[in-house]
Design a protein around this ligand. Structure first.
Ligand code: HEM
Length: 417
């Protein structure tokens, strides 16, 4: 990784004082050698004191799979603490405004909502999206300034991901900035850059609710269409949900489809600049594009962790996780586990087992939008290679300060060729 600090005093901290969840460690990249240390010295690690109280860190690939595929013991439910280490939760506990998105529900409720929107990722749906995604990608890339420095995050990553979201919800593309705003407001918690305060947050999300209620009212009695709102409005199991339940499902779809793919698009530029030989290989053989997409998603790991809460005592690698304990599955670490991905800090387009990467999670909550993301990223690669010789990054990127989203706010570039 570009900014990894190799000889930091942090590496010498006694294990019982090591807290890898501190947001700033992700911005600087310092967290990666710390994860390597945990994998080596204490792969299932207990941190007794942190900004969010005690928690377990699970850092090896094999152990993360064990936790992620055992939802009976490891709960995602917001009632038990939810899916992120941060106790501030996605939404503060304001009466009547409890967000319960299906990503933060256990069975059977999780499956009810997931099944309602699952058709959006069917093979037919993906086929029908392909042309539209390509047309938009071409338009965005053709409009980029030549011989000028610009921020790739703003002009490409955000633009392409919000355009796609507008399509999935079937809202006017002119409203895509609203989707981005609501996504950011949902994902930015107290203590992170850009937090706007609890009251402002509720106000923004109420605005989002009103916007989507109008869409619901327009679509619930109209013939079913192929968009996420219509799917929820017409499925007999979700048709009668409360407005807040509806808002919750909308928010997970907005956030899920926004930050993650956006940051992978930005990571792509970082990756090809740090590993230009790998870029050249793909230029010379376009059949490598899907492998490169997967490899960059592994390397970036847009969601560094998901949290679970133990519903009963559980033994993992000789450690006793007790009922009620918080457990962080550090995908960012599992994706660099030397036993599975040797030299994991490097991008290697020929990595034979990249499909074992953990970035999309595993088990019942495995990312629903995985194939949409891969489609967007593949098309971006194809269209980039058709147009540009290289996209040069002019200075180190600015990263987000968050243990929940591995992202970038600034990737300054100039197009070459
Ligand atoms: C869930 C990652 C793109 C929608 C997840 C999870 C992860 C993830 C880690 C949680 C898995 C777990 O708890 O086991 C990513 C990455 C992406 C991406 C790395 C891009 C590179 C997308 C897109 C969409 C989307 C484009 C929608 C358009 C969702 C939804 C869930 C989810 C709805 C909840 C699934 C459930 O709880 O059943 N994603 N995601 N994601 N993602 Fe993605």
């Amino acid at each position: 990784m570009d900014t990894v600090m190799q000889n930091s005093g942090l590496l010498d901290i006694p294990l019982d004082r090591l807290d890898v969840s501190q947001h700033h460690l992700f911005r600087t990249g310092e967290v990666l050698p710390l994860f390597a240390r945990l994998r080596r010295e204490d792969p299932v690690h207990y941190c007794a004191q942190s900004q969010n109280g005690p928690y377990w860190s699970v850092t090896k690939h094999e152990d993360i799979m064990k936790v992620d595929t055992n939802p009976k013991v490891f709960s995602s439910s917001w009632e038990n603490g939810g899916i992120v280490l941060d106790d501030a939760q996605a939404i503060p506990p304001v009466k009547d405004f409890v967000i319960s998105a299906f990503i933060a529900l256990d069975e059977p409720r999780h499956g009810v909502y997931r099944r309602a929107v699952q058709p959006i990722v069917s093979a037919d749906s993906l086929r029908s999206l392909e042309d539209l995604v390509r047309t938009r990608t071409k338009k965005v890339l053709d409009s980029l300034p030549r011989d000028q420095v610009f921020n790739w995050v703003d002009l490409v990553s955000i633009e392409l991901t919000t355009l796609l979201l507008a399509t999935l919800f079937d809202v006017p593309v002119e409203d895509r900035h609203l989707l981005r705003e609501w996504s950011d407001v949902t994902a930015t918690l107290e203590g992170m850059d850009g937090f706007i305060g609890h009251e402002n947050r509720i106000a923004k999300l109420t605005e989002c609710l009103h916007y989507f209620m109008k869409l619901w009212n327009d679509r619930v009695n109209a013939p079913p269409k192929f968009d996420l709102v219509s799917m929820l409005a017409h499925d007999p199991n979700t048709r009668n949900m409360t407005p807040i339940d509806y808002l919750s499902q909308i928010l997970v779809l907005i956030v899920g489809g926004n930050d993650t793919t956006r940051n992978t698009m930005s990571a792509t530029i970082n990756a090809i600049n740090l590993f230009p030989d790998e870029y050249r290989k793909v230029r010379e053989d376009r059949k490598l594009i899907p492998a490169m997409v997967d490899e960059i998603i592994r390397w970036q790991t847009p969601i560094p962790h998901m949290r679970r809460t133990a519903l009963e005592d559980f033994q993992l690698r000789g450690k006793l996780i007790r009922k009620g304990d918080k457990v962080a599955m550090w995908y960012y670490s599992g994706n660099r586990d030397e036993e599975v991905f040797p030299d994991g800090d490097s991008v290697n387009v020929n990595r034979p087992n990249v499909s074992r990467q953990l970035s999309f999670g595993f088990g019942i909550h495995r990312c629903m939008g995985m194939n949409i993301a891969k489609l967007q990223l593949r098309i971006l690669w194809e269209e980039m290679l058709d147009r540009f010789e290289f996209i040069e990054m002019l200075k180190p990127p600015v990263r987000t300060m968050s243990n929940q989203i591995n992202g970038y706010t600034e990737v300054m570039v100039r197009i070459r060729g």
